[in-house]
Design a binder for this molecule. Structure first.
Ligand code: ADP
Ligand code: MG
Length: 216
């Protein structure tokens, strides 16, 4: 049977993201205090608290998944200071781009949604892999997802996607930053993980946790 993911799935996933971000807030902030200005966890928490607050209203006020995700992105963008706000804002806004008129998507469409979200982060931030940003997790992750043949193995593939993203995040440790605040540190950034690469796999992991409940 073909897997379909409805709007309620996305809503639950976003609620789960908010929970995960609260749980990991201090950890993310700690990572950012090593190579940035120590606010990444706080920024993410402020953003997702706002999204949580507005989620019911957004859900009621929107006709399709596209408008729903657009508004989620806009509420992130409006509230999160720092580089990550506009980047994650556009990730959610663009995830909805190709699903206009739909409130239910197939797994393949879901992959396509993630792909357009990631591409918009690249378009906005101009980062490429190896520059010690969230793209080091997001880009290899989505490339992996797209390369897979989906045949009743959605959960396994998505689990592997999370692992690829985690590896991508780990791969930022030995790097010098070429984008973002950590750039100023030069070689002193070496030995520290990029905070945005960590939060980005965590956000995707919230989808994974909901997918597990959905497909088991
Ligand atoms: P700020 O750096 O403004 O304090 P945050 O601390 O919330 O904002 O977010 C920092 C994260 O944003 C970094 O760890 C990095 O992953 C990500 N980032 C910064 N600049 C870019 C960029 N140009 N492209 C992609 N990601 C970026
Ligand atoms: Mg910061």
């Amino acid at each position: 049977m073909e897997v379909t993911l409805d709007r309620a799935f996305f809503k639950r996933s976003i609620e789960n993201m908010a929970r995960l971000i609260e749980k990991e807030r201090d950890h993310l902030t700690h990572l950012d205090s090593e190579i940035g200005d120590g606010d990444h966890g706080v920024n993410m928490s402020i953003g997702f608290r706002e999204v949580t607050k507005q989620l019911e209203t957004i859900d009621e006020a929107t006709e399709d998944l596209s408008a729903f995700l657009k508004k989620v992105g806009m509420s992130l963008l409006g509230k999160v200071g720092g580089a990550s706000g506009p980047l994650y804002g556009s990730l959610f806004m663009k995830m909805g781009d190709n699903v206009k008129g739909k409130n239910e998507v197939t797994f393949e469409e879901f992959i396509g949604m993630i792909e357009s979200g990631v591409s918009s982060v690249e378009a906005r931030g101009k980062a490429v892999v190896g520059e010690k940003t969230m793209i080091d997790a997001l880009r290899p992750g989505i490339d992996f997802l797209k390369s897979q043949t989906i045949d009743n193995n959605e959960l396994e593939v998505f689990g592997d996607f999370i692992e690829v993203m985690q590896e991508g995040s780990e791969s930022t440790i030995p790097l010098v930053a070429k984008k973002g605040r950590a750039m100023r540190l030069g070689e002193r950034a070496i030995g520290h993980k990029d905070p945005g690469s960590e939060s980005s796999w965590m956000l995707m992991n919230a989808f994974y946790e909901e997918l597990k409940k959905e497909l088991n």
